[in-house]
Design a protein around this ligand. Structure first.
Ligand code: HEM
Length: 334
């Protein structure tokens, strides 16, 4: 390959510098360190939601009820926690009104330990043990802990539903109900306690909270947009320069080097075609599963970039521009 010209070097250098600046404004180094340091711990049924124990966590801002969960194989590990010191519960699905049809895990903790059971909301305002209405208590394990600052129960249940009182946990939005009270009577109304309803995608986690905590911020600042735009322009100029030099090769280039160059181009085109396919499949799956807009955008952008790469590689490596130019000078319109 011939040496790169100064413009290409300058564009690559400046683009990389802007990338580093942009990464710093997103606190990327700190995020990477915390990502590496916070691997999900093994689930422990001990009535505590340990930091990093669960894949996902949703806290209702008004009631302060917390639902944490992980999907492990064909099971859901769940925990629900409340500032109240009576029973706590989480319910899945049910078409309503209110609680009707919800598949509930409810529990309380007393001197003898935790009592956690699976109930079914048989009316909009009551629930009964599933075993009492022809269903089965399918909990595979449970635990609970009560302290002065509240009650937490943990449980494991299958994702699949084995009877009509159960709600299968599937991809897409699931209606999740939570409630708690100061009473230990599992049939008591949560009148003086707390309640919350949320639509959660149990496979993808809760919607990103506004502000910090999300992988990407909701809004970019003007400075970040400016850095990102100039970075993209400069890197494109730089990469184009590199690709152009590489594809042009030298006029005096030996035939075997030229063949090797074509082989590399074919390999790169194959890789880009696979990337293109993966991006399009991801986009289609994302639409079907209701992924957040930024994930759809990223998969589409990756597909478009891969397509652009295929076109550039093909035209650089296979179109004989020298012949085209000569033919054009000869007046052959093609
Ligand atoms: C026998 C016990 C229960 C009784 C008598 C009861 C009663 C009621 C009543 C009267 C309402 C409507 C008024 C209000 O919003 O406060 C309601 C709503 C609600 N309950 Fe219960 N409840 C019971 C247990 C539970 C349990 C175990 C859960 C948790 C899974 C729960 C979750 C909710 C939620 C989330 C709402 C609000 C629903 C909505 O706004 O769409 N309840 N309940």
């Amino acid at each position: 390959m011939r040496r790169l010209d100064r413009l290409t070097w300058a564009a690559l250098g400046a683009g990389t510098l802007l990338f580093v600046l942009l990464a710093l404004t997103f606190h990327l180094p700190q995020r990477l360190v915390s990502l590496v340091g916070s691997r999900p711990a093994a689930h422990r049924l001990d009535g505590r939601i340990a930091p990093g124990e669960y894949q996902f966590e949703y806290q209702d801002p008004a009631s302060k009820l917390v639902f944490a969960w992980s999907i492990v194989g064909d099971q859901l590990y769940g925990a629900v926690s409340s500032p109240d010191t009576g029973w706590v519960a989480v319910g899945f699905g049910g078409g309503g009104p209110l609680m009707y049809g919800s598949d509930i895990v409810i529990g309380d903790v007393d001197a003898h330990g935790a009592h956690v059971e699976e109930d079914w909301a048989n009316t909009p305002t009551s629930h009964v043990p599933e075993a009492a209405v022809g269903g089965h208590d399918d909990l595979l394990g449970s635990a609970g802990l009560k302290t002065a600052s509240g009650t937490t129960i943990e449980f494991v249940r299958p994702l699949a539903a084995h009877d009509t009182t159960q709600e299968a946990i599937v991809a897409g939005q699931t209606r999740v109900l939570m409630a708690s009270t100061e009473s230990s009577d599992l049939t008591a109304y949560h009148v003086e306690g707390h309640k919350a309803v949320a639509l959660l995608n149990l496979f993808a986690g809760p919607p990103a909270p506004a502000g910090g905590g999300a992988a990407l911020p909701d809004h970019l600042t003007d400075v970040q947009i400016m850095l990102a735009a100039w970075m993209a322009v400069l890197l494109l100029i730089g990469l184009h320069g590199v690709a152009a030099r590489w594809a042009e090769g030298g006029a005096e280039e030996p035939a075997d080097v030229s063949r090797e160059r074509t082989g590399v181009a074919v390999a790169l085109i194959v890789v880009l075609m696979l990337l293109e396919l993966a991006a399009l499949v991801a986009f289609a799956v994302g639409i079907a599963l209701g992924w957040p807009v930024w994930q759809l955008g990223v998969s589409l952008a990756a597909g478009l970039l891969a397509l652009a790469g295929i076109v550039v590689l093909y035209s650089r490596a296979f179109v004989r521009w020298e012949a085209v130019r000569v033919e054009r000078d000869d007046g052959i319109p093609w």
